[in-house]
Ligand binder design. Structure first.
Ligand SMILES: Nc1ncnc2c1ncn2[C@@H]1O[C@H](COP(=O)(O)OP(=O)(O)OP(=O)(O)O)[C@@H](O)[C@H]1O
Ligand SMILES: [Mg+2]
Length: 277
């Protein structure tokens, strides 16, 4: 493992048993066949593929929210699959996720403040309620939400505000690595640009490394340093963003690239200004 590598996944595979109830016969689904890539410290690595290609499954295996069927995940020189639950608990602070669907990522019956505080209550060293309260308020400010959002319920937030709250919850333990599972897919174009800009600012401020999952390439040129293209559970192409855009090798990549041509509005402007190509 190179010194500047933060995370390396090798031959990752996931076969779901597909058993949904006691009475239906199980049907195996190979969601991830063979996925390998490595992410350098401080970079944004894109994992791109069509719906159902296995992106979320890969992201969740890295966090060990889903147990891999095969393969290895090396984080900072440590094999995550070999860690005991206790060792994994202390690493959980470093690796966090922003979920694909901000609507279901929050408990509808608890306030936003309580839910941002939750990781601190579970894993934090300082359990003083005053301290936790202050940390949550600070984090709300960091993601651009007013202090009064603390007492609001998830349904009282817009999609963009909920995604900001999701980012606050992911950052409260001061992680080093964030899995961003389609963090802006469900948002309007102008809100997308705001959230991506926030993520870029936070990356600088907190020296974060990102795995950015998306189903098309429209934000990738603007946001990612390198990209892996996933198709039917396999990586078909990995390259720097510049090479991917200038010289796509696979038909699937070309198809994903064509979605960029439909960019409009604010994001298109942002994209033109900040694009790395
Ligand atoms: N718990 C599960 N049991 C059985 N099959 C599953 C399960 N979760 C996902 N799958 C299947 O695994 C495949 C990959 O799913 P995954 O959610 O990883 O895809 P994705 O690339 O994130 O898609 P999307 O872009 O729609 O979010 C799909 O065929 C899906 O139906
Ligand atoms: Mg997904």
């Amino acid at each position: 493992m190179k010194e500047d590598t933060l995370i390396e996944v090798q031959g990752l595979q996931k076969v779901y048993s597909g058993k949904r109830s006691l009475f239906t016969p199980s049907k195996k689904v190979t969601a991830v066949k063979d996925v390998s890539f490595s992410i350098r410290k401080g970079e944004t690595f894109g994992l791109i593929g069509e719906s159902g290609s296995g992106k979320t499954t890969v992201g969740r295996m890295i966090l060990r929210l889903i147990e891999p069927t095969n393969g290895s995940i090396i984080y900072n020189g440590q094999s995550l699959r070999d860690l005991s639950n206790k060792e994994m608990t202390s690493l959980r602070k470093e690796i966090q996720i922003v979920f694909q669907d901000s609507g279901s990522a929050f408990n509808p019956r608890k306030t936003i403040g309580a839910q941002i505080a939750h990781p601190l209550k579970k894993f934090g060293e300082n359990q003083d309620p005053q301290f936790i309260h202050q940390q949550v308020l600070k984090m709300l400010e960091v993601v651009g939400l007013r202090a009064d959002f603390f007492h609001r319920y998830p349904h009282e937030l817009s999609g963009g505000q909920r995604q900001r709250a999701g980012i606050a919850r992911a950052l409260i333990l001061k992680p080093k690595f964030l899995v961003l599972d389609e963090p802006v897919a469900a948002l309007d174009v102008s809100v997308k640009a705001q959230i991506i800009n926030l993520l870029i600012d936070l990356q600088k401020e907190f020296q974060l490394t990102y795995l950015f999952i998306a189903h098309n390439l429209d934000l990738v040129a603007y946001f990612c340093n390198r990209v892996a293209v996933l198709s039917k559970g396999e990586v078909i192409e990995t390259s720097s963003t510049i090479d991917l855009f200038n010289n796509p090798k696979h038909e699937m990549t070309k198809k994903l690239l064509s979605s960029i041509l439909t960019l409009e509005g604010d994001l298109g402007e942002v994209y033109k200004k900040r694009s790395v190509i």
